[in-house]
Design a protein around this ligand. Structure first.
Ligand code: GLC
Ligand code: MG
Length: 510
C-alpha cells in the first residue's frame, strides 16, 4: 500500500492496512527490505543496514508501524540480507578503493586466472560469471547475484561482529525477528574450486543451474554463522529467525541447527516447486515430517516475491484447495500478499520490466515483476494501491478481484482464507496437533490432525473430477466443518464422503 502517491508501497501504507491484516487473522508480517538502497535489486542491495530508505519512510514511521502492530498483537519481521551489501555501501566503497584498505578483506577478492579471466567458473544467479573485474586494484570480486551486490566475507570476524550488531540494532528497536536472505550462501570454499556440472540441467532452466553450487552454497561453516545469529536472537526474549534456503529437504534440516540452535524456521518451499498432484504432495508431506528432527517445528509456504503465484501455477479452482492444504498442514503457514484474494501473475510489457533478473535473462519466465504488482484493495483506478502511477502495472481483473469486493462475498477465496485461519486459531488440533496421513487414491489426499480430545479429517481433491472417500473404516460419526466451496457447513456424513472436483473438506470425527 502506497501512502504518499509515489506509486511505491511504504511503511505508512502498511500501517494503514493493519486493520485488514488483523481482520484476516494473521499473526506476523514479514516486510521485504526497507533499508537505504540504490534499488538495483529492489532493496536486496543495501547501502545502510540501520536506517529506512526515504522511499519507504523514516525510522520514526517504522517505530510507529511497529508500535501499532504490537498493539494489535501482530509481530513484525524484517528482511536481513547478510550475504551481500550494495556496491554503494561505505564498506565496499572503502574495500574497492585499495588493496590496503582496512575493509578490503570484508569482501571476497581474487587474482585473475593465468589467462587474465575470472579465477574460476562460479556463476552469478542473475547471469554470467560471479566475478567482477576491478581495474583499479587489479583483482576480481565475487557476487552471487548482481555485480551491484558484492558478497561479504563472513570468514572475517569483523564482518561477523558488524553484521550481528545489525540484528541487535533492530532487536533493540523491538522487531520480533528476521527473514534471513539466502542463508545457505554465506560461506564459500577457501580453495575456490570449480563448481561441477549439473547433469539435471536442461535448456530453458536458469543458466545458473548448469552448475551445481557445491563450493558456493551450503558449506558446513554456514552452520556456525547461523548459530551465532541464533545466539544474538536468544539475547532477547521471544524473537525468531526464518531462513530463506533453496536446498533439497534433507539438507534443509541442518538449518534448524544440530540441537535446535539454528533458524527457528528454515523456509520449506516444496509446495512451490512440486508438481501439483495428490501423490507427489502427499509423499512430500510424509517425507518432510519424517525428516524433521524432534526439536524442529515445521513450516509450509505457497508463494513469495520470487516465484510464480499459486493461482497461476494451479489455477483459480485449485488455489482454494491449496489454501486448505496450507492452513491444515502441521507447521507455520506463510501466505504471500494477494494470494489470499487469488491474484495471478501479470504479464509485464517489455518496456515496463523492472526486475534486473528478467533484464539479464529475458524470456525464460524467470523475471519476478509478474508477482510483485500492486495489491488489489478495491475497484478504484489504481486498485486502491496509490493515488499516483504504480511502479508496476495493475492486473486487469482488479475491478472484480479485490479485497473490498471479496470481503462482501460469502464464498470468495478471501472468505475461505478468513474462515480457515479462524478455524486454525480455534482448533488446537489444526495448529499444534499431530498429523497422521491416511491412504487415499486417485486425486485425493487425506490426513487427520489430532489432539487427545479432537480429531479433524482433511480430504483434498487435487483433480477436477468428483471423487469418493470412504469413511466407514474410520469407525466414527462424521460431520462436515468446512468445504473449500463454503457451502456444506454442518452436513452430516454417512459412509461415503462425496467430493466435487477441486473441492477440499475439513471433517469433524466424533
Ligand atoms: C533472495 C531474495 C531475492 C533476491 C536475492 C538476492 O533470493 O528473495 O528477491 O533477489 O535473494 O538478494
Ligand atoms: Mg510510497
Amino acid at each position: 500500500m502506497d501512502s504518499d502517491g509515489d506509486g511505491v508501497g511504504d511503511l505508512r501504507g502498511i500501517r494503514s492496512k493493519l486493520d485488514y491484516l488483523q481482520w484476516l487473522g494473521v499473526d506476523a508480517i514479514w516486510i521485504s527490505p526497507n533499508f537505504p538502497s540504490p534499488m538495483a535489486d529492489f532493496g536486496y542491495d543495501i547501502s545502510n543496514y540501520t536506517d529506512i530508505d526515504p522511499l519507504f519512510g523514516t525510522l520514526g514511521d517504522f517505530d510507529e508501524l511497529l508500535a501499532d502492530a504490537h498493539r494489535r498483537d501482530l509481530k513484525v519481521l524484517l528482511d536481513y540480507v547478510p550475504n551481500h551489501t550494495s556496491d554503494r555501501h561505505p564498506w565496499f566503497i572503502a574495500a574497492r578503493s585499495s588493496r590496503e584498505s582496512v575493509k578490503r578483506d570484508w569482501y571476497i577478492w581474487r587474482d585473475p586466472a593465468p589467462d587474465g579471466g575470472p579465477p574460476n567458473n562460479w556463476r552469478s544467479n542473475f547471469r554470467g560469471s560471479a566475478w567482477q573485474w576491478e581495474e583499479k586494484t587489479g583483482q576480481y570480486y565475487y557476487h552471487a547475484f548482481l555485480k551491484e551486490q558484492p558478497d561479504l566475507n563472513w570468514r572475517n570476524p569483523e564482518v561477523q561482529e558488524a553484521m550481528l550488531n545489525v540484528l541487535r540494532f533492530w532487536l533493540d528497536r523491538g522487531v520480533d525477528g528476521f527473514r534471513v536472505d539466502v542463508m545457505h550462501h554465506m560461506v564459500k570454499d577457501t580453495d575456490f574450486r570449480d563448481n561441477p556440472p549439473n547433469p539435471a540441467w536442461r535448456p530453458g532452466m536458469s543458466p545458473y543451474r548448469e552448475l551445481v553450487a557445491a563450493y558456493t552454497t551450503d558449506l558446513p561453516e554456514v552452520q556456525e554463522i547461523v548459530t551465532k545469529m541464533r545466539g544474538v536472537v536468544e539475547e532477547y526474549s521471544d524473537r525468531m529467525l526464518v531462513g530463506e534456503i533453496y536446498l533439497p529437504v534433507e539438507r534443509l534440516m541442518a538449518y534448524y541447527g544440530a540441537s535446535g540452535n539454528g533458524a527457528h524456521l528454515p523456509f520449506n518451499f516444496q509446495l512451490i516447486g512440486l508438481p501439483w498432484n495428490a501423490r507427489d504432495i502427499a509423499a512430500a508431506v510424509e517425507r518432510y515430517e519424517a525428516l524433521l528432527p524432534s526439536y524442529a517445528w515445521p513450516n509450509w509456504v505457497l508463494g513469495n516475491h520470487d516465484k510464480p503465484r499459486i493461482a497461476t501455477r494451479v489455477g483459480a479452482a485449485q488455489a482454494r484447495v491449496a489454501a486448505m492444504l496450507l492452513l491444515t498442514l502441521r507447521g507455520t503457514p506463510t501466505v504471500y500478499y494477494g494470494d489470499e484474494i487469488g491474484m495471478h501473475d501479470v504479464l509485464i510489457p517489455p518496456d515496463q520490466v523492472q526486475d534486473p533478473y528478467e533484464k539479464n535473462v529475458p524470456g525464460l519466465g524467470l523475471g519476478r515483476d509478474p508477482v510483485r504488482t500492486p495489491m488489489q484493495w478495491d475497484g478504484d483506478g489504481s486498485g486502491g494501491f496509490t493515488t499516483g502511477q504504480s511502479w508496476l502495472p495493475l492486473a486487469d481483473d482488479y475491478k472484480t478481484n479485490n479485497v473490498a469486493v471479496e470481503r462482501q462475498q460469502p464464498t470468495s477465496l478471501l472468505s475461505l482464507y478468513h474462515r480457515l485461519i479462524e478455524l486454525r486459531r480455534a482448533e488446537p488440533a489444526l495448529s499444534v496437533g499431530e498429523i497422521a496421513p491416511l491412504p487415499a487414491d486417485n486425486d485425493l489426499m487425506a490426513y487427520v490432525r489430532k489432539t487427545a480430545e479432537r480429531r479433524l479429517l482433511v480430504v483434498l481433491n487435487l483433480g477436477d473430477n468428483p471423487q469418493t472417500f470412504n469413511l466407514a473404516y474410520l469407525k466414527s460419526r462424521a460431520c462436515l466443518l468446512v468445504s473449500t466451496h463454503l457451502d456444506r457447513d454442518h452436513e452430516k456424513l454417512a459412509d461415503d464422503l462425496e467430493l466435487r472436483g477441486d473441492e477440499g473438506v475439513i471433517v469433524e470425527l466424533l
